[in-house]
Design a protein around this ligand. Structure first.
Ligand code: ANZ
Ligand code: ZN
Length: 819
């Protein structure tokens, strides 16, 4: 009788809904495991199989820990503020809250089918006033600590959406949502001083068990740079001397400076420009300032500039150096002035060629030319030349140090550390977000809303439309805006900006242990038990901002004494994307609605079952890599589950005799299965753990190897418990049917080391015929599995290449052919 997945999966989903398993226990004496999924934005289009990939993966690990006896916190919630709901409201006239609620209901229904052991009593929703009350509370703590300030800032402004955009919402100079070129607009903003935490955010990375790639992305984003600020003097038009500090990481090139370049909007420009050049400089500034979006980027790429008529004096040689306005110099970084060293900096080289400025070589390559004409900038290390007393020193080390020391002693320089990280613009001129809980009083200035008056709830509005003046739609609701000052009771006004969507997700992991607390955001003692999160699973798209913001919040709350830990996520795992061939573009692409290649999990569950989809998603490939969806793969898994069912339910497959013991070969085979399965899961390779299940079934059904296998109770339980982490429905059914037990009454199997004999061999891994590594595999290992293990081992040689094919010589080698 074939496996009726539809009936059986329905039965178990109902069971689990009526009496959930793996709920979080209040007793905090035992070991804990906090497993967190990056909570979704409940979009109107529902879940797609890409969501499944992360959720199934984290569920496998939660289930294992649960079966091992850990107290599990595996919650789910909704990151539900944000633009799409608001845009829908504008389009359809539906209140965003209504829209959001129906999307959440749909997501929840879909999630039931994934059969994840979520504890729904822990559910949170960032748009719930009982939640955002505390999002506002945290903001006030930051405000009180001096970490939030107000500033007129030029922001990215979309003239079509009539709103400010975060940097990440600007793609190639265009609005991410409507592709209109983005403009700069000066607007009053709330800004968080995340730069105060640059060093802590950098240092903290060292102790985290995160993918190296993500740590590198965070480090680059923070962008620590150690150098020197060197002061040049400018002869002003009136003959006086003005200090012009430059920031450089390459002080060793000081003798190679042939010009200075300054940001066109730098405050010192009007003071140094000479009268002869004033008009053309102003023209240039205007032209450059009026360029927006993509056009500006295009122009910046061209390295344009203009002479100011002014000269600076070289701090050592006293040479006269022309000063140029240059568009590749950014006002907001370093001092906004760069010392131009065309011989050793690519941008300066291009600029010097264009404006016919001298090129003076001061670093000589270890092997090679001296004083020959450079055809491009030489940016590597070497020996200093043309540098007076410093000649002969190694440029990047001794040369640099000695030159900085010399300049510091002469009071012409200071050592300086710079960060690329900017303060975080924290306000949005939008409706569907947390109101910033501040009040502007004409007498007292800016006053925080007192804690007992939180939350500042979002009022109903008639028009969600942004005003286009740079103010949020909330500004138009007089009865909401006008309030007495909490301090002096005079007539005051509420702040009308709202928080960015990141706000709610920057601390949600602190709320899950006690989502219903009324008198505080979280309980310090509860958090001491539950945090940090033991496993955080989510997409690489959050590698920078979300993780940085969450770490920032945690560090601030730690410094303010509210937390006992300063890093929220000890172990992070980024699942790869699900890709699929797109008929539209004729390419394999990331699944997305716009590409028309989305696979709807509901349909797959109908056709193949939830267990099959769960297993296929895991089987697609190593979980950290992008993997291509193929319907045929799902067929294969469905056939496996069917065969497994038929095998297990065969008459007399499981002995009725509780004292029954299988033949030693069978005992050994099952023992080695447990070992393989667990080792592969521990190594985060569930795809290969599935292979071990398939190998086991092949062996047990192979009449040449084992005649009509009869399994003991205990072996049956071991096999089914392992499989339950991948395919919980079929396993639960078989446990009940064959063993008359429930999954939650089973325990996690262990294997007997004495029964394992080493039956592995080593195979060579080649890339285009070159030996790149070796790998030890089990004698039973299948080609598929060897390929995927080997692939990971030599990933760095394959990463940017196109894999053409692979050649496998059994027991010997695997060779990846790439282009
Ligand atoms: C002289 C020099 C010589 C430089 C050389 C580089 C190579 P990071 O590592 O990113 O901090 N720079 C400084 N301020 C800048 C600004 N506001 N806009 C654009 N570029 C700026 O880079 C520091 C280097 O970037 C500095 O070192 C400076 O150029 C440039 F062979 O100074 B350098
Ligand atoms: Zn007041």
């Amino acid at each position: 009788m074939s496996y009726d997945f539809e009936k059986i999966e329905k039965k178990w989903q109902k069971n689990w809904q009526d009496s959930p398993v793996a709920q979080t226990k209040n007793d905090k004496s035992g070991k804990k495991f906090y497993c967190l999924d990056m909570f979704p934005y409940p979009s109107g289009s529902g879940l797609h199989v890409g969501h499944w990939r992360g959720y199934v993966l984290s569920d496998v690990y939660s289930r294992i820990k649960w079966l091992e006896g850990y107290n599990i916190l595996h919650p789910m919630g909704w990151d539900a503020f944000g633009l799409p709901a608001e845009n829908d409201a504008i389009k359809k006239g539906i209140h965003p809250a209504i829209n959001t609620a129906s999307n959440i209901a749909n997501f929840k229904k879909q999630l039931k089918e994934v059969a994840v052991i979520y504890d729904w009593s822990k559910e949170i929703n960032t748009t719930d006033p009982n939640y955002y009350k505390w999002t506002q509370w945290i903001f006030l703590k930051m405000f009180d600590a001096g970490l939030a300030y107000e500033q007129d800032m030029p922001i990215n402004w979309c003239p079509a959406c009539l709103t400010g955009l975060a940097n990440e919402e600007v793609v190639n100079g265009e609005c991410d949502r409507c592709a209109t070129p983005v403009e700069q607009k000066r607007i009053r903003q709330w800004v968080l001083k995340i730069t105060d935490y640059a060093e802590k955010l950098l240092k903290g990375l060292d102790k985290l068990e995160w993918p190296e790639k993500v740590k590198t992305m965070q480090r680059n984003w923070i962008g620590k740079s150690e150098g020197a600020e060197i002061t040049f003097q400018v002869i002003a038009p009136d003959g006086s001397l003005i200090d012009l500090p430059v920031y450089t990481t390459c002080a060793h090139t000081i003798y190679g400076v042939t010009f200075l370049s300054i940001a066109s909007d730098h405050d010192l420009v009007p003071l140094i420009v000479t009268s002869d050049y004033k008009d053309q400089v102003i023209d240039y500034q205007n032209k450059y300032a009026s360029l927006v979006g993509a056009k500006k980027l295009e122009e910046t790429g061209k390295k344009t500039g203009i002479f100011t008529g002014a000269y600076a004096l070289h701090p050592i040689t006293q040479d006269r150096l022309p000063i140029y306005l240059a568009d590749y110099v950014l006002k907001g970084y370093g001092t906004g002035v760069v010392m131009g060293v065309p011989a050793h900096d690519e941008r300066d080289f291009e600029f010097a060629k264009k404006y016919d400025l001298p090129i003076k070589q001061v670093v000589q390559p270890y092997k090679g030319y001296k004083n020959t004409e450079l055809t491009q900038a030489y940016t590597e290390d070497g020996i200093l030349i043309n540098s007076d007393a410093f000649d002969g020193a190694q440029a990047f080390t001794v040369g640099k140090e000695n030159i900085i020391d010399f300049l510091v002693k002469a009071k012409k320089a200071e050592r300086k550390v710079n960060y690329k990280l900017r303060d975080w613009i924290f306000s949005r001129q939008r409706y569907w977000g947390e109101p910033i809980p501040l009040i502007h009083c004409p007498k007292c200035g800016i006053v925080g809303v007192p804690e007992d008056q939180l939350p500042v709830t979002l009022p109903e509005v008639e028009s969600y439309q942004p005003t286009g003046t740079g103010e949020s739609p909330l500004a138009a609701i007089e009865e909401w805006v006008n309030v007495p000052c909490p301090k002096c009771h005079s007539r005051a006004k509420r702040e009308t900006n709202t928080m960015p969507q990141w706000a709610g997700s920057s601390w949600y992991f602190l709320r899950y242990p006690n989502p219903d607390l009324n008198d505080k955001p979280f309980d310090k003692h509860e958090l001491k038990y539950w945090l940090p999160v033991d496993l955080y699973v989510g997409g690489i798209e959050h590698a920078i901002l979300h993780l940085l913001y969450a770490r920032f919040y945690t560090k601030v709350l730690y410094d303010l004494g509210y937390l006992t830990f300063d890093e929220p996520f000890s172990h992070l795992f980024n699942q790869g994307m699900v890709t699929k061939y797109s008929e539209k573009s004729k390419k394999v692409e990331k699944m997305s609605k716009s590409k028309g290649n989305v696979v709807n999990p509901d349909e797959m569950v109908k056709e193949y079952g939830s267990d099959a989809l769960r297993m296929y998603i895991l089987f697609m490939g190593p979980p950290e890599l992008d993997s291509q969806w193929q319907d045929s793969g799902l067929d294969g898994i469905k056939r496996f589950l069917n065969r497994f069912w038929l095998f297990m339910t065969q008459e007399n497959r499981v002995s009725k005799d509780i004292n029954y013991q299988e033949a030693i070969e069978i005992v050994k085979r099952i023992n080695s299965f447990i070992k393989d399965f667990q080792e592969r899961i521990d190594a985060f390779k569930p795809n290969t753990a599935i292979s071990s299940c398939m190998e086991l079934l092949n062996d047990l059904t192979d009449q040449n190897k084992h005649k009509d296998v009869v399994l003991s109770f205990s072996s049956t339980e071991k096999i089914l418990v392992l499989l339950s982490t991948l395919a919980p429905h079929i396993s639960s059914e078989l446990i009940e049917k064959l063993l008359n037990k429930q999954l939650q009454d089973c325990s996690w199997p262990t294997y007997d080391k004495t029964l394992i004999k080493d039956e592995s061999f080593t195979i060579a891994i080649q890339v285009n015929g070159k030996l790149r590594g070796t790998i030890d595999v089990d004698v039973n290992a299948q080609e598929d599995e060897i390929r995927s293990l080997a692939y990971q081992q030599v990933f760095k040689w394959l990463e940017d290449k196109m894999l053409m094919k692979h050649i496998y010589v059994k027991n010997k080698l695997i060779n990846f052919i790439v282009k």
